[in-house]
Each structure stands twice: as structure tokens, then as C-alpha cells.
Design a binder for this molecule. Structure first.
Ligand SMILES: [Zn+2]
Length: 307
């Protein structure tokens, strides 16, 4: 438990979104050239055990989360998908084969997200509304993906990070959830959470930013977002991030640093986070659960980019 909990009054009214990108340690983009997809089936799988541990932690704190699951995982472990759904969480899609969107053709991306949605809906027995791209790979090069998601029946996307980063990000994109209205329909966009400092958007809520930087950074950022901007944060974590025993794979020094740093500290930090803030699912945040239920009062912004 955290010894420096935020006073409840500063954040009690805002329910943030807790999200998990369900993939195994060898699916991570940094290992793309080291563990080819043809070898995935031969690797020691740890995703079920790690995800079950996250589920137990969420039960302990009575938190419901959104699980963006790989279709590849759902195909091999449909029982895991079913278990997550039966324990009251939201099932969403992380695509089938963890391919970066800007490395795919629109047709290949369509096949990937359609296959993932079908596998997840079959296993969970419920509608899948949400999508998050591998490594936030909706960038200025791949905005066409949003039209494909609308056509494939997704209701929201959580793939645009409004920051500068070497592999992803659209720094000028809105920082809060907004509606994208296109001729084929509309889609809610749920950006990765940031705080605005001067001219910069700085990431505050999840992944390496949570694991590598001190917990005080995340805690300060979410408290500020909740109390000053009255916005919910969208936090993200991966099952492999609470698994310090995972097999070590070779990658460049930056990749190794990003992947392995502080794996032994993440579970304790997650417990501190769940103590300090309130969390729920993305669907609850947006109130999009069924295809026939449009979001209430969607926020439509004039986007600073077009495609
Ligand atoms: Zn991923």
C-alpha cells in the first residue's frame, strides 16, 4: 500500500479508465526481429498466469477494467477471454497478430481486426466495441485505419497518443476523448493520457512511463488531470509488466531498458495506484457498450489534421 496516498477529496469524483493490453512478453514490438511470428507458438507462454494475477488484484480493489486482447491469444486461450468477461470486465481488441498499422496495407489491417473481433466475440459471447493498435501505431501515416475500424463495427479507438515519440504519436491531436465523424459513420477516439507543460504534452498514465519513471510522476499527473482539468485518465499496463521471472530476450540496449526496467516494482506500484485513484472500464467512461447505443453528448472537435 502507498504511504503517500492522494487525499480522497482531490480525485473522488473522477473515475479513470484502467486498461490492459493482453499479450505475451515475446509479442512486444521491440522483439519483432528477434522472435518472428513463425516461432510464437514454440515460446513459453506466460500470458494466462500473468493476466489471472492482474484479475485477482483488480478483484481485491473491486475494479473493472478493459482488456485489449490479441486475437492470437484468444485463439489459443478462449477460456482466458471467457474468464475475464465473466469476472465483469470489458473485452476489447488489440488486433490479431500485433502488427504495426503503418507497416500494413489497409486490406491486411482489415483482415487482422476483423479476425480479432470475431475470435474475441465468439470466446466472450459479447459485443466488442473497442480497439487499441499495437504500439499506438495510428499516426499521420495510418489515419485510414480509423475508417476501417468504423466499417468493421468498432465503436471506439484508443490508439492515438498526442505526444512526440520515436515510434508513434500525433502531438497535435486532442488530449481528451473526442468523436471522429466520417462519411461511413463515427468512432470515439480515446487518447493516451498526458499533462500539458508549456508547449509539450507529456505522457503520464501507463506502460514504460509508469514502470520506468518514479510512481510520483504518474500520481501527480493523474491527480492534476482529475482535479484541474476534470478529465479521466486512461491508464494502461501489460500482463508481462508484473512478471520479473520472464525469459530474457536479446534486443538493443534501448529496447532492453524499456522492456525489463523495474519489472519487480510494477505490482506494488499498481496496488498504490489502485489505492490512490478510482478506475472503471473505457466502455463505462464513454457509455458505449452496445452497437445500438450511441455515446451521450459526444465531444466533436475540429481536428487539426485531415486524411
Ligand atoms: Zn501491444
Amino acid at each position: 500500500m502507498s504511504t503517500e496516498s492522494v487525499p480522497a477529496a482531490t480525485n473522488a469524483r473522477v473515475i479513470n479508465a484502467m486498461t490492459v493490453d493482453v499479450e505475451d512478453y515475446f509479442h512486444v514490438s521491440v522483439f519483432d526481429g528477434i522472435v518472428p511470428r513463425s516461432r510464437w507458438a514454440d515460446m513459453e507462454s506466460r500470458v494466462c498466469a500473468n493476466t489471472e494475477r492482474l484479475l485477482d488484484i483488480f478483484d481485491e480493489f473491486k475494479v473493472r477494467s478493459t482488456f485489449f486482447m490479441l486475437g492470437w491469444v484468444a485463439e489459443r486461450h478462449p477460456g482466458l477471454v471467457r474468464d475475464i468477461a465473466q469476472r465483469g470486465h470489458e473485452i476489447a481488441s488489440h488486433g490479431y497478430a500485433h502488427r504495426l498499422i503503418y507497416d500494413q496495407t489497409p486490406a491486411a489491417f482489415r483482415d487482422d481486426v476483423r479476425r480479432a473481433k470475431q475470435l474475441l466475440e465468439d470466446a466472450a459471447g459479447c459485443f466488442v466495441a473497442g480497439f487499441r493498435a499495437p504500439s499506438y501505431s495510428v499516426t499521420p501515416r495510418s489515419l485510414w485505419a480509423l475508417d476501417v475500424l468504423i466499417e468493421e463495427g468498432y465503436r471506439y479507438d484508443a490508439s492515438i497518443f498526442p505526444i512526440r515519440h520515436d515510434r508513434y504519436g500525433i502531438p497535435v491531436s486532442p488530449r481528451e476523448p473526442f468523436s471522429i465523424d466520417r462519411s461511413g459513420g463515427s468512432l470515439m477516439e480515446v487518447p493516451g493520457s498526458t499533462v500539458r507543460l508549456g508547449p509539450l504534452n507529456l505522457p503520464i498514465a501507463g506502460g514504460g512511463y509508469f514502470r520506468i519513471l518514479p510512481y510520483a510522476w504518474t500520481r501527480w499527473g493523474i491527480a492534476r488531470l482529475n482535479a484541474v482539468e476534470h478529465q479521466a485518465a486512461v491508464f494502461y499496463i501489460h500482463p508481462w509488466e508484473i512478471d520479473p521471472e520472464q525469459p530474457r530476450l536479446q534486443a538493443g540496449w534501448l529496447g532492453r531498458f524499456r522492456h525489463y526496467r523495474n519489472l519487480d516494482k510494477t505490482e506494488d506500484r499498481l496496488r498504490a495506484l489502485l489505492t490512490d485513484f478510482r478506475f472503471g472500464t473505457v466502455a463505462a467512461l464513454l457509455r458505449v457498450c452496445e452497437p445500438a447505443a450511441p455515446p451521450e453528448q459526444p465531444l466533436t472537435l475540429a481536428l487539426p489534421y485531415q486524411w
